[in-house]
Design a protein around this ligand. Sequence first.
Ligand SMILES: Cc1ncc(COP(=O)(O)O)c(C=O)c1O
Length: 395
Amino acid sequence: MFAERTNWNLAPNRLSEALAAHRAAGKPLLDLTVSNPTQCGFQYDGPAILESLSNPAALTYEPNPKGLESARRAVAGYYAARRDDVSVEDILLTTSTSEAYSYVFRTLCNPGDELLIPQPGYPLLDFLADIQDVRLVRNPLVYFEGDPKAANDHGWRIDFRSLEQAITPRTRGVVVVHPNNPAGNFAKAPEMAKLNDICSAREIAIIADEVFLDFSLEENPRASFATNAGALTFTMSGLSKICGLPQMKAAWLVVSGPPHWKREALARLEVIADTFLSINAPVQLAIPVLLEQRHAFQKQLMSRVRRNLTELDRQLAGQKVCTRLVVEGGWYAILRVPATRPDEDLAMDLLSKKGLYLHPGHFYDFPSDGNLIVSLISSEAIFSQAITELLESLT
Ligand SMILES: Cc1ncc(COP(=O)(O)O)c(C=O)c1O
């Protein structure tokens, strides 16, 4: 009856079953997986947000495949504030970054074509690829444990040797999550240059997911791919993370690169977007106001991330069993723990014995055990208590 692409194993895994039972029993839970910013105690300007959604212009339907120009102008303004010159004509609005991924996959790939993705990485990509009949090929990030003070010698990097080896005649693009979820590494200028060389030489695209771009722990903002000209580039972001407003369902896609490829890509994407015309008028009209919310939101979020990281480091300093990996940006930290058993067994144990819920590394496709992922946007009180409980269990 059904298409093979939907033959997913839909049985809940052990950990989610245990979590559901834990919640059903009403037991207290220290949740270090939170990723929904609207449930983390951040302050939003409710009246401004709600007022922006009741613009009388929404009573008229003005279909535009790329999205309303006023909204695209606001997105161009977002890039201009970062000193990136992006034309409104190169922007398409979508309801989510996921939808933007699907438009790009559809534009680039025939069934069975391949895209390289970073490993570890964002779990939803598997489903997005399945739905579009795309094959994902994992490209490991490598972690260097050099001198912590020498930025170039320490942290996650793209493994270009394996990336080049993984490219086949069916490869249509390389996905870069900038910064990565959960590894937190940005693509550095030399990495961007190398990606351009590889992708332009093979006439394949760069697909850059920048939903966490603004959440950098470094002083200087990291360059966006939105103005990347060295290879055909699709850059995606949206209100979900940038403004902490995932419920608004508003995102965008920027196309850049050599002019002939860019023109062709935009024309094809426009047909896909015109077929769905998916983003609704009230939200498009609200985008200028909603985007402005990012300043207040990002300030609160970054202050929480910094405080939680400081607390994490303070507690880690008192023991030797657990360490944390370098975080350059994003909402997560990776903890290295002894790989004496599968990470999922450890996560199950922490849940049943301590009421502590963390994602095991395999959830983000870590190839080996010994990794736990913690959300840095959890409230400070919960975070601190959860780390204390975790370290007590490990030591
Ligand atoms: C790396 C990454 N990309 C995209 C998304 C989803 O964004 P959207 O809500 O715009 O689909 C997420 C959500 O967690 C994410 O972590």
